[in-house]
Design a protein around this ligand. Structure first.
Ligand SMILES: Nc1nc2c(ncn2[C@@H]2O[C@H](COP(=O)(O)OP(=O)(O)O[C@H]3O[C@H](CO)[C@@H](O)[C@H](O)[C@@H]3O)[C@@H](O)[C@H]2O)c(=O)[nH]1
Length: 355
């Protein structure tokens, strides 16, 4: 659960299932739509078992065989690794793309152009990342040091990667941003499936063996029993440590600059930034959710509400109001990061019914 987006995001409603832009589409639905048509093969979704119903409801066209369910969260190396292991059994020469379903990316056309270039670059035997120009020394991202142009006619913006550093400390992140040589990693990888698995096997041999055991049983009646037995034993680590860092050190990573708006939607301040106020009215408040009954007098910020309550804002700036049937959050964009602390204290106090 993305605890910085509580009480909107809950254990049973993580942010990828939510509409955070007021577009009417969840982040998952928007990600799926953005990717459709880019791949010759089917799109696969890897998610927690507890989200199966919600995902199927939001993506009715997704075949059951392309919905891969995890018994518990084991981090991105296991999730992406399992998808790669299954795809490699069907087509060992496939170029795969892995995309987080909880980011806002606009416009879709620019994203698709960048992914097409990444596929061309990956076809030369590299793991291709998408780089985003950093706007701050954020420590929650991976940093990619760009090298020389690859010189590919079919991927003119692709460059080599000299270094990939997952989540540096603040001082290092400041140096990287000041140098002008680093981009943020957008959390997307396009690569030959065999190369992804080679690195996974080298860095995390036990994890890779576990995924192979699951893939061996995938098309058999023993699938669930094997998944239940093997999954808890899998190493919990991120794909960035298991694959991207070692592959970059070996010169096997390239980067295509992400020439689009990209937002990780980490907290309500990000939602505030994303939701431009309605130019038709004088209001400086953007309203998400089904309840539009908001009375605003010289106030700015966002209101997210699915209740029937009328909400009145008077003389408050950069306010964040999230109104749900069992929990009400009031904070400001400046303090949005501290929502996580509130969730931590609810957990400590055992108030898990509202999480
Ligand atoms: N299915 C599944 N997905 C997972 C799991 N763990 C993480 N993910 C998904 O994998 C993506 C990245 O995981 P995070 O744990 O949110 O990573 P992060 O801290 O944001 O860092 C990653 O993303 C940044 C961009 O947002 C990158 O900058 C960074 O390098 C890294 O790739 C998210 O979409 C997340 O939902 C898991 O157990 N199962």
């Amino acid at each position: 659960m993305g605890s910085r987006l509580w009480p909107l995001s809950r254990a049973d409603a993580p942010k990828f299932l939510l509409d955070l832009t007021g577009s009417g589409s969840s982040l998952l639905r928007a990600t799926y739509d953005r990717l459709e048509g880019l791949s010759a093969g089917p799109l696969m979704v890897v998610t927690g078992r507890s989200h199966a119903g919600a995902v199927q409801e939001q993506l009715p066209e997704l075949c059951a065989s392309d919905l891969v369910l995890e018994p518990s969260p084991k981090d991105s190396a296991a999730a992406i690794g399992l998808a790669c292991t299954l795809i490699a059994r069907r087509d060992p020469d496939a170029i795969v793309g892995s995309f987080a379903a909880d980011h806002v990316v606009e416009p879709a056309e620019s994203f698709q152009d960048v992914v097409r270039e990444a596929v061309q670059a990956a076809d030369t035997g590299r793991i291709v990342t998408i780089g985003i120009t950093p706007s701050s020394p954020a420590t929650g991202f991976g940093y990619i040091k760009a090298g020389e142009p690859l010189g590919l006619a079919q991927a003119p913006h692709a460059v080599t990667v000299e270094q990939f550093v997952e989540k540096p400390d603040l001082e290092t992140a400041r140096e990287y941003v000041a140098s002008g040589h680093y981009t943020w990693n957008a959390g997307m990888f396009v690569a030959p499936v065999g190369l992804m698995l080679d690195y996974l096997r080298r860095s995390e041999p036990e994890l890779a063996r576990g995924l192979d055991r699951i893939a061996d049983a995938w098309e058999t009646p023993e699938r669930d029993a094997v998944v239940d037995k093997v999954w808890p034993t899998l190493t919990k680590t991120a794909i960035d440590y298991a694959v991207a860092e070692p592959a970059a050190a070996a010169g096997d990573v390239a980067m295509v600059p992400g020439d689009f708006t990209w937002e990780d939607v980490g907290d309500f301040a990000a939602i505030n930034r994303l939701n431009k106020v309605d130019p038709q009215t004088d209001s400086q408040v953007s309203i998400l959710g089904s309840n539009k009954r908001v009375l605003e007098d010289e106030s700015s910020g966002i209101v997210v509400s699915d209740t029937a309550r009328l909400i009145a804002l008077i003389g408050v700036d950069d306010i964040v109001v999230v109104d749900t049937p069992d929990a009400l959050l009031v904070t400001t964009a400046e303090h949005a990061q501290r929502v996580k602390n509130a969730v931590d204290s609810l957990k400590r106090n055992g108030d898990t019914d509202v999480l």
